[in-house]
Design a protein around this ligand. Sequence first.
Ligand SMILES: Nc1ncnc2c1ncn2[C@@H]1O[C@H](COP(=O)(O)OP(=O)(O)OP(=O)(O)O)[C@@H](O)[C@H]1O
Ligand SMILES: [Mg+2]
Length: 290
Amino acid sequence: MGIFFNRTQSQNDEGKTNAEGGKGKVIAFLNQKGGVGKTTVAFNTAFALRAQGKRVLCLDLDPQANLTYLFGIEDVEGYSLYNLLLNSIRELKGLHTSCLVSDLLVQKDGVDLIPSSGDLSGFELTVAGISVPRQLILKKFIEKNGLTHLYDYIVIDCPPTLGLLVINSLCASDGVIVPFRPDDFSRKGLNAFYEVLENIDDMGVVKVPEILLHVPNLVDARRKQEQDDLVNIVNQLGSDSKVMEPIHNKSQLVKALGQRKSVYDYSSKEYAPLQESFTKIANVIEEWAQ
Ligand SMILES: Nc1ncnc2c1ncn2[C@@H]1O[C@H](COP(=O)(O)OP(=O)(O)OP(=O)(O)O)[C@@H](O)[C@H]1O
Ligand SMILES: [Mg+2]
């Protein structure tokens, strides 16, 4: 599955040699609640950024490997991001394998991916005894491989937890996009997530990522309760928080995901509102990254 990996424009140039003269941004798509659309929004936003001419790398940090599946890989047999992360930890030499980023990269319509595998569910246990900071493994991996010099954006699809993988993702990210479903459970879940951000801030080791956007997803416009819950959540988030207009529950999106395609692969006009939504998310990211 390995394909091309061109490091020529970037290596060892200490943050200054990406094509546009800056460092790429790392963005996590995150919510500890399951099934809110993290993978769906990450996948389509990656292609929205690609459509704007950006170089995008997706990291599938979820052992469920749903993003990996959308890139056309059913079951990762062999190496995955898990192995690359272990390889980057000197103390775990006994577990090192010969794989490189370039061996694992998968490409789909101009967007790259480092795939996940079920092994990632053992990540937390595997690194439990190491002496270097466990929450910075992903950040160091990205730095060591110069990935922010090779790509304009690194999109991370997170698992539905607040465990070590997600803490790693937050410590490695510059920005966070939070898809959510407008219900009462989400409101509680978002509070827990903000507490984690505060804890990371308290550690004082990394700059806390900026919350770029909340994305209400899977909204059913006909259900009054959802509208009320959405208003409550928006009020609770406060006026400083950015919340975009809802993405509705759309059969077109289900169809596209079933065919492992982004909404930009369709030209019929029923896909136009979805394309508009994901382009808006990409625009928020682009404006912030300037
Ligand atoms: N706007 C939408 N309209 C219709 N279906 C959607 C929409 N967004 C997501 N879905 C569907 O909802 C399900 C959950 O979406 P997705 O897998 O992206 O959520 P997730 O937050 O990544 O889940 P997990 O926490 O398990 O990783 C998927 O089957 C997806 O096809
Ligand atoms: Mg997911």
